[in-house]
Design a protein around this ligand. Sequence first.
Ligand code: ZN
Length: 153
Amino acid sequence: MNIESLYHEIILDHYKHPRNKGRLPDADLHREGFNPLCGDRIELYLRVVGEKILLARFDGAGCSISQASASMLTEAVKGKSLDELRDLIQAVTRMLRGETDGSDSKLGDLEALQGVSQFPVRVKCALLPWKLLEEILQDRKGSVSPSVPAAEG
Ligand code: ZN
């Protein structure tokens, strides 16, 4: 195991300069998650138009892997359809579990997270924002009329 494969320069860059960080109070979809093993906390906000992600933002605190993964997620999902997101979540999850080598073309910069798969304790950190995204999509699928905004509270 090589610690440099964990802290890829793309990961460090996203940690030091997080993209799309901050709350999005009028988000269409929002979910918060916590990784008790490491203390990572992430809130994910999505603005959806039709079946496409217009904007994604995140807020939170925790280790560099969790925060970088969330930052990379917000960049990766922008402009994607909900169907494309399901494919992307699956590709990222399989790579982080070490089932694939990350050479899948749809992953792009997310391939930098591939080294995390060698560190089982950190896989949960990297997966946290992706699990939130998956839960958000499942919730949305289950809602009766997705075009009508949910009631506040
Ligand atoms: Zn962590």
